[in-house]
Design a protein around this ligand. Structure first.
Ligand code: SAH
Ligand code: SF4
Length: 355
């Protein structure tokens, strides 16, 4: 029998697994008709675990100060033209108060790697949010820290942690991250999982020199890590970085990676990322139609939004929290899905709580 992309997609849908060679074959040969089938399978798989629901998280970008120097990112420490800010605990709490009123039950605290937020300061912030809002989930996305710090944050009430692996190709990772260690990043993900967090990994699509083989490495790595959440977005060049003239990722390629990820890790929580919305007016809707099931509208104060510039032409920088909340709900409805305003835990955690 001649192997075709369609046969391989049938197998992937059934078994949630393909070999490296098979996945490379799919990426090399996929065409428009088989993409339709791929997205259909991805939606069906998602619906099997989570139904037609889209979970909502409020993103609070609380500091754009970063000691790291990732080549792709506008917040990298070498970018002297970035105007830097930090939010105080009170300002973060104000975002939560507004978010809670708008129905958010997950707050994602994201920042550059900013050592000003010491273990003690982060614990204080987490405890303050949790004592005011015991029914919300807190997600941290503040980069690589020591195991002891991760434990303290968890015991203070943090529930989830996003730490994209960025790329599972060691050589590409090393090129993009001066003075950083691939092994440490991967180890952090394992440690976070062991501590008990719901853990989010993820990668960018369209990085310079990224091959199909590299993208397949991402899929195979995710299959073995089996994280609860997986953030996938296109790489978007920023003019104040060494990758200013790079091409960047496309909507089409990113959609294929989202759908393949859904089939490899069928019960994952996959966001339709802001980066997708930033390169295409319907980028987030398309991501949801390719198997994603989470949105993360911005809750940051409008005054700091333009400064949290991971990449340029980011959407929603002029808007306020209320606008973003209802804009996203309309987008979800427009494709026949339903906004779910619960905490939106991974199904394994929801079950654990019910027992
Ligand atoms: N400092 C933390 C969290 C903030 S960065 C960390 O790095 O983990 C959040 C994510 O933004 C990164 O994981 C990266 O995948 C993404 N990102 C950074 N620069 C980007 C760019 N130019 N295009 C697309 N995504 C980018
Ligand atoms: Fe800092 Fe994160 Fe940007 Fe890297 S991706 S420079 S760690 S904010």
């Amino acid at each position: 029998m001649v192997i075709t992309v369609d046969h391989l997609l049938d197998k992937l849908y059934e078994k949630n697994q393909l070999s490296k060679e098979e996945l490379i074959y799919v990426l090399e040969n996929i065409h428009e008709d088989s993409k339709k089938k791929l997205f259909y399978y991805a939606r069906k798989t998602r619906d099997g675990y989570y139904g037609n629901k889209v979970f909502m998280r409020g993103l609070i970008e609380f500091s754009n100060i970063c000691k790291m120097d990732c080549l792709y990112c506008g917040l990298r420490s070498s970018n002297n033209n970035a105007s830097r800010y930090r939010l105080t605990k009170e300002e973060i709490l104000d975002c939560c108060i507004e978010g809670y009123k708008l129905g958010f039950r997950t707050f994602v605290l994201q920042s550059g790697e900013d050592p000003w937020y010491t273990e003690d300061r982060m614990v204080d912030i987490i405890k303050s949010i949790k004592s005011k809002f015991p029914d919300v989930a807190i997600t941290l996305s503040i980069g690589e820290r020591e195991e002891e710090e991760y434990k303290s944050f968890f015991h203070a009430g943090a529930d989830r942690y996003l730490l994209r692996h960025e790329t599972a190709s060691r050589s590409l990772y090393d090129k993009l991250h001066p003075h950083a260690s691939f092994d440490n990043r991967i180890n952090c993900l394992k440690v976070l999982k062991e501590i008990g967090y719901q853990v989010g990994a993820g990668f960018m699509v369209g990085l310079p020199e990224q091959s199909h083989e590299d993208l397949v490495e991402d899929l195979i790595f995710l299959k073995s890590l089996n994280p609860h959440m997986i953030g996938i977005g296109p790489f978007i060049p920023h003019s104040e970085t060494p990758l200013a003239n790079a091409k960047g990722g496309t909507v089409e390629d990113t959609l294929v990676m989202i759908a393949l990820t859904r089939l490899m890790v069928p019960d994952g929580l996959l966001p339709a990322t802001t980066a997708m919305g930033s390169i295409h007016p319907k980028g987030r809707e398309l991501a949801l139609q390719a198997g994603a099931n989470v949105v993360m509208p911005n809750l940051s104060p409008t005054s700091v939004r333009p400064k949290y510039e991971l990449y340029e032409n980011k959407i929603c920088v002029e808007d306020n929290a209320g606008h973003c909340r209802y804009c996203i709900e309309n987008r979800i409805k427009s494709i026949g899905m339903v906004l779910d305003t619960s905490r939106g835990d991974h199904w394994k955690y929801s079950q654990a709580k019910a027992l």
